[in-house]
Design a protein around this ligand. Structure first.
Ligand code: SAM
Ligand code: SF4
Length: 513
């Protein structure tokens, strides 16, 4: 294993896993955010849910339409309004909600889906989360972290053979793979010189990170190396359940450290943050209410809500039977309802559904407002280079099993068939359009025009560099329609867009607005 270069000597060092577990959390970076009480108030959420459940007419169309009107204005809903949405049962009103969700998605994000790939870097972990294959007590898991040359091997396949431009890099929590390692994997990836099969220069241009909550200084280091979104899933907002599933004395066992992860990120200038609940651990209605409180807390304190919300659902994993026996598992209809209500509740946010879900469920989710997906994913450590484009899964070195095993090309062709353009745009953070800036732009529809243009340019690149002739035939009409849309609706921009487009056709890459 090559040593990780120390480029942040000011970061704290830990002599062992137990030293890390005892000393990693910095109380002064938790308590100040909770001085006026925790923003998740269990009793209040239960009371609001009980009130909505006991409403004289839960299917009140007048009240529903008032709420939907607010969603359409791209305003975050109040928790009590979300509670009303969760108790609607009338099929016609549910259809109205679904229609509004899709209309909002179109208004904010148009007909684009942004594509990314997960990359697992390490399954070393000091924690013992009941539901996870990486938990420290799971002796069946083959533990390792990727060396920098292994990272390069993975990226060569992801960027050079499949054509991905965006990653979500995933790490267990361990002193050996903490911030310096994360930063080194990001640097290594960004500086690679990769060519597509046709010789065009390609590469990973945005790396989002899914990792444990970090202190502010550590987050500043990640900001410096060019992190995209910092994703931390809360798993469950219900404190008693949280404490049961994350043993006391582990780092992750500290509910307040985790719930303030984004407060520290914002302080550090990492203002694209990604929320998520692991559905199946506790009552989904409670979790949705709590998620809204979390989003509103960030909006109130930092004027920036979540850049993305993800919807992981408990999946089978090695070393745990919780995924089959939890009393809170949700069925597909409930899952779709959660996706739809999130679109209505936090209308500006990006929404991610991953390959954990079945192809059928993912296909339907697109109609309920999803904006980002992965495809051709392999979550085994070192899995891309080992299996190249195949989708084999290996339960002894992956966290859980995947359900949608369609390749990136199949997914793109499917989306194009539905009239949806795949975007590989990574311009946002590279142009400083992050956090509050992008949030305002999304709310007012301004960001949409840059996204639309960058979607066209990056889709052109992908089709020229990676698509088969058959896929090109399916995708070309969607691309040309988008280009026409720019000519008709953004005439001031069109000449420059067309000039960029032509340069891409002639072999230039990475031109963006
Ligand atoms: N170790 C970091 C942490 O826990 O915050 C980040 C990486 S962890 C591998 C990423 C996410 O995987 C967790 O936040 C959790 O939501 C999800 N996860 C864990 N076990 C899962 C399972 N059995 N099914 C689905 N998702 C799971
Ligand atoms: Fe470790 Fe994260 Fe898995 Fe928990 S969820 S065991 S912290 S990798």
């Amino acid at each position: 294993m090559e040593a990780v270069t120390t480029k942040a000597p000011h970061l704290r060092k830990f002599s062992s896993a137990s030293d890390y577990t005892r000393n990693f959390i910095i109380r002064d970076e938790v308590d100040p955010y909770l001085r006026s009480g925790h923003f998740i108030d269990e009793a209040l959420i239960n009371e609001q849910l009980a009130r909505a459940a006991a409403a004289h007419n839960p299917d009140d169309p007048v009240r529903l339409r008032e709420i939907l009107a607010k969603s359409k204005k791209i305003e975050t809903l109040l928790p009590e309004e979300v509670a009303v949405l969760m108790h609607i049962t009338d099929p016609q009103l549910l259809a109205e909600m679904a229609e509004t969700a899709l209309a909002i998605k179109k208004a904010v994000y148009d007909n684009r889906v942004v594509m990314f790939a997960p990359l697992y870097l390490s399954n070393l972990c000091v924690n013992n989360c009941e539901y996870c294959g990486f938990k420290s007590s799971n002796t069946g898991q083959r533990r390792r972290m990727l060396s920098m040359s292994e990272v390069e091997e993975e990226i060569k396949i992801l960027a050079g053979k499949i054509g991905h431009k965006r990653l979500i890099a995933v790490y267990g929590e361990h002193p050996t793979t903490s911030t310096e390692y994360i930063a080194e994997t990001i640097r290594t990836t960004y500086k690679m010189d990769i060519k597509a099969p046709n010789g065009a220069p390609v590469g990973i241009r945005r790396i989002n990170v899914n990792a444990a909550p970090l202190p502010i200084d550590d987050l500043r280091v990640l900001k410096e190396v060019g992190i995209g979104t910092f994703q931390v899933f809360q798993e469950t907002y219900h404190r008693p359940t949280y404490e049961k599933l994350h043993p006391h004395g582990t780092v992750k066992g500290d509910y307040n450290w985790r719930t303030t992860a984004f407060h520290r990120a914002m302080e550090a200038g990492v203002d694209d943050v990604g929320m998520g609940v692991l559905f199946g651990l506790y009552d989904w209605k409670f979790e949705m209410m709590a998620s809204i409180y979390h989003a509103r807390e960030l909006e109130d304190k930092f004027k920036v809500g979540p850049h993305t919300i993800s919807f992981p659902r408990l999946e089978p994993a090695s070393g745990t039977d919780l995924p089959s026996k939890s009393p809170y598992l949700i069925d597909d209809d409930t899952f779709l309802r959660i996706v739809m209500i999130t679109r209505l509740s936090v209308p500006y946010t990006g929404m991610i559904v991953t390959c954990r879900e079945s192809p059928e469920s993912r296909n339907t989710c697109i109609k309920y407002g999803i904006t980002q997906m992965d495809a051709g994913s392999n979550i085994a450590l070192g899995g891309y280079s080992e299996y190249a484009r195949k989708s084999n899964q290996d339960e002894d070195r992956q966290q859980f099993m995947l359900s949608d095993t369609r390749s990136l090309e199949e997914m793109i062709a499917y989306l194009a068939d539905q009239g949806i353009i795949t975007s590989f745009c990574t311009a946002g953070y590279r142009c400083g359009r992050t956090g509050g800036c992008i949030m305002d732009a999304l709310k007012t529809g301004k960001e949409g025009k840059f996204c639309k243009i960058n979607a066209v340019l990056t889709f052109r690149e992908w089709l020229d560099d990676f698509a088969s002739n058959e896929t090109k035939q399916i995708c070309e009409p969607v691309l040309q329609k988008e280009l026409e849309g720019i000519r008709a609706n953004l005439p001031k921009f069109y000449p420059t867009v067309k000039e960029h487009y032509d340069r891409i056709c002639a072999g230039e890459r990475d031109l963006f607005f």
